[in-house]
Design a protein around this ligand. Sequence first.
Ligand code: ATP
Ligand code: MG
Length: 390
Amino acid sequence: MKRAILLKYGEIILKGDNRYHFEDVLRQQIKKRLAPLGEFSVTCAQSTLFVTAEDDALLDAAYPLLKRVFGVISLTLAYAAEKDMDAILACAEEHICPLLAGKKSFKADAKRSDKRFPLKSPEIARAVGGRVLSVLRENAPKVDVHDPEITIRVEIRDDYAYLHAGQERGAGGLPYGTSGRALLLLSGGIDSPVAGYRMARRGAKIDALHFESFPYTSERAKEKVVTLAQKLCRYTDEMNLGFCRLTDLQLALKAACREEYFTILLRRSMIRIANRVARHQGCKSLVTGESLGQVASQTMDALACTDRVADLPVFRPLIGLDKEEIIRTAREIDCFETSILPYEDCCTVFTPRHPKLTPAEDEILAEEAKLDLPALEDAAYKAVTWMKAR
Ligand code: ATP
Ligand code: MG
């Protein structure tokens, strides 16, 4: 029997005339994601995407990859039966009954988008539920129409009747790349990969920029960032990953400026350089992993002070989240274990003992005037190197 992976999409349905564009991007994303596995067909009908393959076994390999495609709210592996009740019931018996093993309760649901089908949805559901009960007998889960552990679904579509049970949640969000391009400031920490994931999930196409201060930061710290970018790529696409060396700028800051301003000055330089990189890359915003009050550089005053040097919007998708919540997502996207590897970050190399919490603009400008920052930033900007993470 032929199988298909059915993917339902959520918010795209609300997109009015743009909907077809979103559907198309989603279809392309899916095709691209599955291309390394082999040949697949991806078609779209009535808010559902159907993924099939000549070589049916490929679907088992495709399924886990599709769980990471943004824009999909649920997915399931379905069996395609001919559109007559005998075939549907035979399919339920052979393929759906085994999926109920060990379940405590179930219900059967039917949806008839082909209204020419002679039975109505409740009748189809009743017949399928009845067949399951009679096949499984004393091993059958009990029927619970309100809160079943598993739901059997029969979808009477134009081509086939699709049967499935145990629909799973998809990655959610909007199709990757439908919300414009953003530059993620990617450190080796826990927060920034999560911030990138959150923005990508809302459809932003992500480029990433990492600041390092070799030899104060190591080659291994850099490899860790590459690994994090690669982990993000499992949800996105290949990613432009840039490296910007700040060593000279940091040494100059350290020599010329007051220690308590060091962090804020460094962050302003980072944002200025990132803003320029973003413009060059065609990115329309910057993204950071900052969360209100997490550290001295993330007080409202400090954030406002760094924002002032960017003309692009700086998005902070984690601003209202606790560390616990951020860590939960970091684990879900498999970044946490990499993020906690103990390599130094350029921000921690010359951390002041008592960073300024409420930096005054005129004092910051006075500190910045002590050295030729534009020249130092220009040199750092021009030395940015790029790689593709995939
Ligand atoms: P993270 O866990 O993401 O490193 P953090 O809590 O350690 O964040 P900071 O070091 O203050 O916080 O950094 C705040 C944000 O600034 C990061 O989330 C990231 O977006 C950006 N950032 C910090 N260090 C770097 C870096 N070396 N390269 C690129 N971006 C950085
Ligand atoms: Mg950090």
